[in-house]
Write a protein that binds this ligand. Structure first.
Ligand SMILES: [Zn+2]
Length: 221
């Protein structure tokens, strides 16, 4: 006979053998609950009473049982919380390492480029014959550009219209830019998306409002 069975037998006999309908010598409910919960230290006499009074012993066992169940519930909740944290961690780990990163928004990325028009003599007008005047062509990559323009010496600050023309002088792009003096150079910045244009010789036309067009040969690569 193992110790648990002995204890169970004793418990059952205590519950059965000591009926105390008059509740003679019973502690009040609060004291009994406190002793059952081990909040109140049980004296030797109280221990003797509880183990020799079936109603008190029943209450004692019921409170102990309830505490055990609460403890089990707390452990289960804690275990579930741990499991949830582990699952969450696994999800974060998995999504962070296996899931591909979102593609880079290429359209919003601009490539910086500079056109220095200062050493160039521009063509006056956009007549076809005159755009082919010999001068080193400017080269621009066919990308979405953030283009910084250095205007020729003597150019004024202010609003400029900017156009990119193809070999047949058809307008491909139009832009309005504001030129301001920066470090003694009249400078403007234009955002030009050249990514969908054909490679080859083009013409960049720039005109201050109310003035005539100045054109520059530009090779798109
Ligand atoms: Zn009692």
């Amino acid at each position: 006979m193992n110790i648990d069975r002995v204890r169970k037998e004793l418990q059952e006999s205590a519950l059965r053998e000591f009926p105390n309908p008059e509740r003679v010598g019973c502690p009040d409910a609060e004291t009994l609950a406190g002793m059952s919960r081990r909040i109140i230290q049980m004296t030797q006499d109280q221990l003797h009473h509880v183990t020799h009074c079936s109603p008190c012993f029943q209450t004692f066992l019921a409170i102990r049982q309830e505490m055990r169940q609460r403890r089990v519930m707390r452990i289960r909740i804690a275990a579930a919380a741990c499991a949830a944290v582990l699952v969450l961690g696994a999800i974060i780990y998995w999504t962070g390492t296996v899931r591909p990163t979102p593609p880079v928004q290429i359209a919003s990325v601009t490539t910086p480029a500079t056109l220095d028009l200062r050493p160039l003599t521009e063509n006056r007008g956009v007549e076809q014959g005159r755009t082919n005047a010999p001068k080193p062509p400017l080269i621009l990559p066919r990308k979405h550009l953030r283009l910084t323009l250095y205007f020729p010496v003597g150019a004024d600050e202010g609003q400029y219209a900017l156009q990119l023309l193809d070999g047949q002088l058809r307008t491909l792009l139009k832009e309005h830019v504001t030129a301001t003096l920066q470090d003694h150079i009249v400078t403007a910045v234009a955002e030009l998306d050249l990514s969908s244009l054909s490679p080859g010789l083009h013409t960049l036309a720039i005109r201050k409002n109310g003035d005539e067009w100045r054109t520059y040969s530009v090779v798109l690569q």
